[in-house]
Design a binder for this molecule. Structure first.
Ligand code: SAM
Length: 644
């Protein structure tokens, strides 16, 4: 009886713990530390923050007790910014793309906050690795001026797509007073939305220097959960000395967080064994198991138990105790079995301090990645600049590029074969080049999404004279140049592996929705808008191209921008079949009963058409709804019919 009650009690606790873990997985930022009545520090849920996360904007500052966590002016608005639905869309731009119809790679031009929002539905949980190199907030860079009530309008004005009414877009300077706040308000919503896109075993790497390293670490702890912190890598970005008053800064930090650390650790890849590391394996005793290297069998005595302190007699009769402050790594019994299996090495003469033989063939082949990323292995800021200059005929098109090898290392460690990688502060787009180069080594290509603001390039500059007016143009041109430069070598690989998906890239540009009702309704949900649409006949922007409408509907329906689209004829009309017929979109101006029947027979999971196609014929619309409802396929799973 008592056993049973203990067990039941335990199970109850387990369930509560499991629930907490699930909550933590969904909202890592709402867990915080506080003190209980006895003054002990305990983990607790910050319900005010939880409310803010799920959409109830109570004042988190009101009546709060002291608690551990990070606050700054504007933090509440970050949640509003995240939750504010976007009125934007991504418009395909074939003219600037390469191999538009076949590629899986995307270049998206626009403000990354709006873009991240637009990608939420289609790319939720799909991205394996994110790399970002945001502005370091040195006081010299432009920090994007988010405004949650009119973020798209701000973008359109910034990008010169509408009259900017004298709005000022300037760099963030320390004298402005809101120096760190402005940066935090810019970073928080973007990181929050980025986390949603990561796969469960996905990982994010963020370049940063000492200006904001500490703040970044704290907001990442909140967004990703402290327990998902993987490492703060030190990248040796410079080998030469800077002439500075205090110290020459030769490193950057690369913060790394996983969506779920344990899952990331299961999939992360080792680094290839270097020639130097391979050369450390030899076979002096001609062991039949092949080359080996020896490793010490001592451990710090503080970690040892009694059974790890004993005297070993070597084959030539010498007695050896563990060195002072140490014990043996193995118990005497375990050591004996290793000696019997010829896995302990006492040196040629048999009298050395014993070491363990580690065989190359028995090791998971590769090196455990270091937290120190040396310039020799992954390049420097200077080498990155040289790489880029070489691509652009010696014109310095971008001042602070990151080396491609640095990003190749991240792609490698995060095990991105056949996966999607994302950089939403893409600059000159080294991630695209790194993905392209890694794809050449793998059976399945690494697909990339790079997002870059059309940040203006000053007119009185060498880059402007070379024909580039925005950084986005530099990024796109870099990718084109990389594709050309490597085309011969790549063509060979394509033949070998049938791997040609990595050769092109599709360009999309952020712009206003093609649906008039979605243009200017901040605060109105998509569902409300769709209801409203029933009341309007002409609501598609007349200047919108068919392909632009198609991609907007794809995104809203939750399909990726790289999905296969096939144009087919059904019931005498042209429709678009997406993802092997899972979704059918019809943009025809006139719908007919024959078309509706043919679509129902094709059994898509979703069908979307334009309201104007019914030409105000409510009877035809009612019949269509009835046809889809009564179709035999609807009994197994509901066919979703949407009119926009
Ligand atoms: C430090 S640079 C990245 C450099 C890049 N890693 C490289 O190696 O070329 C940061 C980039 O982010 C871009 N950026 C800043 N705010 C942005 C925003 N809101 N949306 C998209 N890009 C943005 C800037 O234009 C700049 O090119």
């Amino acid at each position: 009886m008592s056993d049973q009650s203990i067990k039941m009690n335990g199970e109850t606790l387990d369930i509560a713990e499991q629930r907490r873990d699930e909550l933590k997985q969904l909202f890592p930022g709402v867990f915080t530390e506080t003190t209980d009545a006895e003054g002990n520090v305990v983990e607790t849920v910050d319900f005010e923050r939880l409310k803010a996360e799920v959409g109830t904007f109570t004042d988190v500052y009101e009546g709060r007790r002291e608690r551990y966590g990070m606050d700054w002016p504007g933090k509440r608005d970050c949640m509003k910014l995240i939750q504010e639905p976007t009125r934007a869309t991504l418009k395909p731009c074939r003219a600037e793309s390469v191999d538009f119809d076949n590629t899986k790679n995307l270049f998206i031009e626009g403000d990354n906050l709006e873009v991240l929002k637009l990608l939420q539905k289609s790319y939720y949980g799909k991205v394996k690795m994110i790399y970002i190199d945001p502005p370091y907030n040195t006081g010299k860079e432009f920090i994007y001026p988010d405004n949650y009530s009119e973020s798209l309008d701000t973008y359109l004005a910034y990008a010169g797509l509408v009259d900017d009414e004298g709005k000022k877009f300037s760099t963030n300077t320390e004298t402005e007073g809101r120096f760190h706040t402005k940066w935090l308000n810019m970073m928080h919503p973007r990181l929050y939305l980025a986390r949603n896109l990561l796969k469960d075993d996905g990982v994010i790497f963020i370049s940063i220097d000492d200006n904001e390293q500490e703040n970044l670490r704290r907001i990442c702890d909140e967004i990703f959960g402290e327990e998902n912190f993987v490492s703060s890598f030190v990248w040796e970005k410079r080998k030469t000395r800077e002439n500075r008053k205090s110290f020459s800064v030769n490193h950057d930090h690369i913060l790394c967080y996983a969506k779920t650390k344990s899952l990331f650790e299961e999939t992360r890849k080792l680094l290839p064994l270097t020639e130097e590391a391979r050369a450390r394996y030899t076979n002096p005793d001609k062991d039949r198991r092949g080359d080996w290297q020896s490793v010490a069998i001592t451990a710090q005595s503080g970690h040892g138990t009694k059974s790890q302190f004993y005297t070993i007699e070597t084959p030539n009769g010498r007695l050896v105790d563990p060195p002072s402050g140490n014990c043996w790594r193995f118990t005497e019994k375990k050591l004996k079995s290793l000696i019997e299996d010829d896995r302990i090495w006492f040196g040629e003469a048999g009298g050395n301090v014993p070491r363990q033989k580690v065989f190359l063939d028995e090791m998971e082949s590769g090196l455990t990645p270091h937290t120190l990323w040396s310039a020799d292995e992954v390049g420097t800021t200077d080498s990155a600049k040289r790489e880029l200059n070489a691509l652009f005929d010696s014109v310095t098109v971008f001042d602070t590029p990151k080396p491609v090898k640095l990003l190749e290392r991240m792609i490698h460690i995060a095990n991105c074969e056949g996966e999607i990688v994302l950089d939403f502060f893409a600059g000159s787009c080294p991630l695209a080049e790194a993905a392209f180069k890694q794809s050449a080594l793998l059976d399945k290509p690494v697909k990339y999404i790079v997002v870059q603001l059309p940040e203006k390039i000053p007119e009185e500059s060498e880059v402007f004279d070379a024909g580039f007016s925005t950084i986005a143009e530099v990024g796109k041109d870099r990718i084109r140049r990389v594709l050309n430069v490597d085309s011969e070598g790549q063509a060979e690989l394509d033949l070998k592996r049938g791997n040609n998906l990595c050769r092109g890239f599709k360009v999309f540009k952020l712009g206003q929705s093609n649906f008039i009702q979605w243009h200017g309704m901040p605060g109105v949900s998509e569902e409300q808008v769709i209801d409203q649409l029933e009341l309007h006949i002409q609501h598609v922007d007349e200047t919108a191209k068919q392909e632009e409408i198609l991609y907007e509907l794809l995104l809203k329906a939750g399909f990726g921008l790289d999905v296969e689209i096939i144009e087919i004829e059904l019931g005498g009309k042209i429709v678009f079949s997406i993802s092997e017929g899972a979704l059918i979109i019809c943009l025809e101006d006139e719908l007919t009963p024959e078309l509706i029947d043919a679509i129902a027979d094709a059994e898509p999971m979703q069908f979307i058409c334009l309201d104007k196609g019914f030409k105000g014929n409510d009877q035809l619309k009612a019949n269509a709804i009835q046809t889809f409802k009564s179709h035999p396929q609807s009994r197994d799973s509901e066919l979703v019919f949407k009119v926009v």
